[in-house]
Design a protein around this ligand. Structure first.
Ligand SMILES: NC(=O)c1ccc[n+]([C@@H]2O[C@H](COP(=O)([O-])OP(=O)(O)OC[C@H]3O[C@@H](n4cnc5c(N)ncnc54)[C@H](OP(=O)(O)O)[C@@H]3O)[C@@H](O)[C@H]2O)c1
Length: 215
């Protein structure tokens, strides 16, 4: 069984494989696409190591699945694959922004991660990478500093599993607490985007919390 999968070959899917493949051992990472040949070609082109290309169905077989779909697409996909996702850990990176990036498609009292968890009560949803724009995955170091990835979830064991899988990526990976913290993280991300656009550095933007005592 594959340990980890990334679903989708868009900007974030590619970025996630870029940071995860160097940690992967003996091809335990599968990259799923609706067009597996696309994933295969990207693996060759980018020289991603220990990564196998496949379809969504194969990617669903992994223990931990990181999806890189838009919020509008992830809900129908999750609904359709509820059975296959049972007992799995699903890492959610979606930000439920409106098409014009001015607002949210979710209500104030919820988040994309919580909506996904509601839809999949037998899957453990963990949030991560929401505030990391795709260019940062290509170039994680900025002035010698890495940015933060906040890992959130209501199931402690699932959250710990993801924290440990991400150990070694070129980011400061932090325990971001409960899943409902995504209400804040997703909103921080839209704010981050707006400011980065204003200052001309979007999409090279992410967060780093200042003043933390790093263990
Ligand atoms: N862009 C960012 O910098 C950023 C930052 C943080 C979080 N996010 C979140 O990450 C997610 C992906 O963003 P992205 O910028 O990587 O998007 P993207 O480049 O458009 O990639 C989305 C991928 O989703 C897959 N997909 C599955 N069903 C689909 C459908 N019905 N229509 C279109 N694509 C479908 C496709 O992969 P296949 O063709 O291989 O199946 C596609 O390449 C979003 O939820 C976004 O909120 C993005």
């Amino acid at each position: 069984m594959y340990k980890l999968s990334v679903v989708g070959t868009g900007r974030m899917g590619r970025g996630l494989v870029r940071v995860l493949s160097p940690l992967s051992k003996e091809s335990d990472l599968i990259w799923g696409s609706r067009t597996p040949d696309k994933a295969r070609a990207l693996i060759d082109e980018e020289g991603f190591r220990n990564t196998v290309a496949g379809g969504y169905e194969e990617a669903l077989g992994a223990e931990v699945i990181l999806h890189s779909l838009w919020f509008r697409d992830v809900l129908p996909w999750a609904k359709e694959n509820r059975e296959a996702l049972k007992g799995k850990i699903l890492v959610d990176i979606a930000n439920p922004f409106t098409e014009d990036f001015n607002d949210f498609t979710t209500e104030w009292g919820t988040s994309a991660a919580e909506e996904l968890q509601k839809l999949l009560p037998q899957t453990r949803v963990v949030g991560a990478f929401k505030n990391t724009f795709f260019r940062v995955l290509e170039q994680p170091l900025h002035n010698g500093l890495t940015s933060d990835v906040y890992v959130t979830g209501d199931d402690e064991e699932a959250k710990r599993t993801v924290l440990s899988l991400l150990d070694g990526i070129p980011f400061r990976v932090l325990d971001g607490g409960r899943l409902s913290n995504n209400r804040t993280i997703e909103r921080m991300t839209l704010f981050e985007r707006e400011v980065a656009v204003r200052y001309g550095n979007y999409p090279y933007v992410s967060f780093r919390m200042f003043g933390l005592n790093e263990g």
